[in-house]
Write a protein that binds this ligand. Structure first.
Ligand SMILES: NC(=O)c1ccc[n+]([C@@H]2O[C@H](COP(=O)([O-])OP(=O)(O)OC[C@H]3O[C@@H](n4cnc5c(N)ncnc54)[C@H](OP(=O)(O)O)[C@@H]3O)[C@@H](O)[C@H]2O)c1
Length: 320
């Protein structure tokens, strides 16, 4: 069976590749930009076929899909930063909507029977009243960023290809993924990176934090990779599934876990620059549809996530 992954240099793509390479008889094809940082996929060289191109280049996407002739497709490539989408709304739309249409068109031409997964996001829901959590898939979508809007358009495009052309397309709406191989933009990463910097003597022993009260739904990227594979095998085409742990953890409790696992004592200090104009008090998904379809359950606890991410940043800093 041939599997095609876009967005291979992101953490979800590289963990998914690691998971798929444990499955016998599977041939992996991956799509990356010419200018992508190759380091996240150095360990895959020689074990996967790399197709180079940009999602916005319809010809390159068509060539890659025709050559790979995949049976399974995981479409993870995206401009995936909500904050960046405010500075680059048009680029976000091009990458996430036009890029997805280029892929769907290529698949319609060359691999119409492939099973296709599209990676959506909880940002499609926008602000949700605390009475509506855990958020179910039938909650109305009212995204609050160009990124969220682009993913709504991506999702609806995919469902339209299912409805009109009978293609096997399903969509996940992911809540926060976290693990190694990620940048330091999300809260857990910034806390663990700072702790590693402090341990290495590169930063005074003060852990700068923002609002500690919001509660967020985190899933380890390795658990996410397992869920994606199970869902494309067992999920129903034309359906949308939340991908989340179903648990909400208070950000302050994560800070406590980081402090408890640090090798040196630190003072936790709130930094006004890290406070946002507004923060949803709680974002928690309902994963019962995904679990019922696949039997999947998240297995990696928040304690394990913090330990692994801390070790990741210690290793990153020791390389510099
Ligand atoms: N991580 C999360 O918490 C989370 C939550 C909800 C949804 N998601 C969704 O899940 C997917 C994977 O997440 P991630 O965290 O692994 O994403 P990521 O780290 O932002 O990686 C995005 C990937 O897309 C590639 N890409 C971006 N624009 C492209 C283009 N025009 N042509 C070809 N490739 C392009 C990037 O390549 P370069 O290396 O060249 O930049 C990279 O490989 C994304 O679709 C994201 O929106 C993630």
């Amino acid at each position: 069976m041939r599997v095609f992954i876009t967005g291979i240099t992101g953490p979800v793509g590289s963990f998914l590749a690691d998971h798929l390479l444990t499955i016998p008889g599977l041939e992996l094809h991956v799509f990356k930009r010419w200018r992508s940082d190759p380091r996240p996929i150095e360990h895959l060289i020689g074990r996967v076929t790399i197709h180079e191109g940009d999602l916005e280049d319809a010809f390159a996407v068509d060539t890659a899909v025709r050559t790979a002739a995949p049976h399974r497709v995981f479409h993870l490539a995206a401009q995936s930063y909500p904050s960046a989408s405010w500075q680059a709304p048009v680029l976000t739309m091009r990458a996430n909507v036009e890029g997805t249409l280029n892929l769907l068109e290529a698949l319609r031409r060359h691999a119409p029977h492939a099973r296709i997964h599209l990676a959506g996001t909880s940002a499609q829901y926008g602000t949700v009243h605390p009475d509506s959590v855990p958020i179910r898939e039938d909650h109305p979508m009212r995204p609050g960023s160009p990124y969220g809007v682009s993913k709504v358009a991506m999702e609806l495009s995919g469902l339209q290809y299912h409805d009109n052309f009978g293609m096997h397309v399903l969509v996940t709406r992911s809540f926060n993924h976290v693990g190694p191989r990620q940048g330091d933009r999300c809260s857990i990463q910034t806390f663990c990176r700072q702790m590693a910097e402090i341990e290495a003597g590169r930063q005074p022993p003060i852990l700068h934090v923002g609002n500690l009260e919001p509660r967020r739904d985190f899933t380890h990227t390795r658990d996410v990779a397992r869920a994606l594979w199970l869902l494309l095998e067992h999920g129903n085409p034309g359906e949308v599934y939340n991908l989340c742990s179903g648990r909400a953890t208070r950000i302050g409790d994560i800070v406590d876990l980081v402090v408890a696992r640090g090798r040196v004592p630190v003072e936790v200090r709130q930094d006004p620059a890290r406070l946002r104009p507004s923060d949803e008090p709680i974002l928690q998904g309902d994963n019962s549809k995904l679990c019922a379809a696949t039997g999947w359950q998240p297995t990696i606890s928040m304690e394990e996530i913090v330990e692994e991410v801390l070790d990741y940043w210690r290793a990153q800093l020791s390389c510099r």
